[in-house]
Ligand binder design. Structure first.
Ligand code: R5P
Length: 321
C-alpha cells in the first residue's frame, strides 16, 4: 500500500494562517477553488488528487460565520466524495460555541449542532484551539484535539518580563486558564466577580484578590464586544493596579470592540491569528498578533505521523518570536 499522503487545504476564512502552516510543514497548499455561484451559493472544486490521502482543511469559523461554516462543510463533502482516506477539520476558532447548553427554555445548543453537521458532512477528526467550553469535545464521537494557546502567550509574557505580575480572570469561567498562568509565572491570581442583582439592574463588579500596586495580566479565551475586558480593566485600575496587559486567544472584535479597547487604559493586548484581523490591527497600535501557525502545523505533523500531541503543551517546538 502506498504511503498516506499529507495534504492541507484552506477555505476563504483565514488563508494566510493556512499558508503559514504549510510553510512550516514544508509542503505546498492544496489547490482548490472555493467560489460562489451567481446566486450566492458556495461552489467548491478540489483540483488536486486526494484519493487515499490524509487531508487537513484549515477553516476558522469566524465572521462571516455562516459562510465560513458552510464552506467547511462543502469542502468536507467534496473531499469525502473524492475518496480522501481521512479528513480533519482544523478549526482554530470554533464558531457558534457560546451556546453549549440550554441555560433557559427554548434556546438551541449550536455548539452541538455544528458538531453534528461536521460529522454528517464526513469529517473524521477535529483540531481546535481554546474552545469556549472544553465540554464541546464531548459533543463529538470522533477524536477532537483541543490545543491551547498558552505556550504562545507564555513565551510572549516571558519576553515582556513584567515585574510584580498578578494574573486576573475576567470572569469565573476563565479561572482554570488563569490558574495555569499563575502556576507558570509563580505568582498569584485574582478574579473579577460580576454579579447581576436584578433583571433591569446593571452588573456590579468586584475583585476577589489584591491587585493594589501590581501589574495585571488579564487572560481570556476571546474578545468579542470587548465588554468583559474593558470592565475588568476598569475595576482593577480602581483597585490600584499599575499597568494592565491582556492576552486573549480569539480576536473576534465585533461591533464597538476596538473603540472599547482604545478607551481602556490597557498597556498591550496580545491576540493570536486564529481569526484574521485585517485592517482592524492597524487601527490599534497596542495590539500584538502572535501566530498560532507553528502550534497547528506541529499538531498536523504529529497527527499525520500518529505521534503524541500532548508534547505540544510545553511549547518547546515554538520558533523564536
Ligand atoms: C465569556 O464566557 C468569555 O470567556 C469571554 O469573556 C466573553 O465571551 C468575551 O465577550 P465580550 O468581549 O463580548 O465581553
Amino acid at each position: 500500500m502506498s504511503k498516506l499522503e499529507l495534504q492541507v487545504f484552506t477555505g476563504n476564512a483565514n488563508p494566510e494562517l493556512a499558508r503559514h502552516i504549510v510553510e512550516y510543514l514544508g509542503i505546498p497548499l492544496g489547490d482548490a477553488y472555493i467560489g460562489k455561484f451567481p446566486d450566492g451559493e458556495i461552489d467548491v472544486k478540489i483540483n488536486d488528487d486526494v484519493r487515499g490521502s490524509d487531508v487537513f482543511v484549515v477553516q476558522t469559523t469566524c465572521t462571516p460565520v455562516n459562510e465560513s461554516l458552510m464552506e467547511l462543510l462543502i469542502m468536507i463533502d467534496t473531499l469525502r466524495r473524492a475518496s480522501a482516506r481521512r479528513i480533519t477539520a482544523v478549526m482554530p476558532y470554533y464558531g457558534y460555541a457560546r451556546k453549549d447548553r440550554k441555560d433557559e427554555g427554548r434556546v438551541p445548543i449550536t455548539a452541538k449542532l455544528v458538531a453534528n453537521l461536521l460529522v454528517t458532512a464526513g469529517v473524521h477528526r477535529v483540531i481546535s484551539v481554546d474552545l469556549h467550553a472544553s465540554q464541546i469535545q464531548g459533543f463529538f464521537d470522533i477524536p477532537v484535539d483541543h490545543l491551547y494557546a498558552t505556550p504562545v502567550f507564555f513565551r510572549y509574557l516571558r519576553e515582556l518580563e513584567i515585574p510584580d505580575m498578578i494574573i486576573v480572570a475576567p470572569d469565573a469561567g476563565s479561572i482554570k486558564m488563569n490558574r495555569a498562568y499563575a502556576r507558570e509565572f509563580k505568582t498569584e491570581y485574582a478574579i473579577v466577580d460580576k454579579r447581576r442583582l436584578g433583571p433591569n439592574l446593571a452588573a456590579v463588579y468586584n475583585v476577589i484578590g489584591d491587585v493594589q500596586g501590581r501589574n495585571v495580566v488579564i487572560v481570556d479565551d476571546m474578545i468579542a464586544t470587548g465588554g468583559s475586558i474593558a470592565e475588568a480593566c476598569k475595576i482593577v485600575k480602581e483597585r490600584g493596579a499599575k499597568k494592565v496587559y491582556v492576552c486573549a486567544t480569539h480576536a473576534v472584535l465585533a461591533g464597538d470592540a476596538l473603540r472599547r479597547l482604545d478607551d481602556s487604559p490597557i498597556e498591550k493586548v496580545a491576540v493570536t491569528d486564529t481569526i484574521p484581523l485585517g485592517d482592524k490591527k492597524s487601527r490599534h497600535d497596542r495590539v500584538r498578533v502572535l501566530s498560532i501557525a507553528p502550534l497547528l502545523a506541529e499538531a498536523i505533523r504529529r497527527i499525520h505521523r500518529n505521534e503524541s500531541v500532548s508534547y505540544l503543551f510545553n511549547g518547546e517546538f515554538l520558533p523564536p518570536l
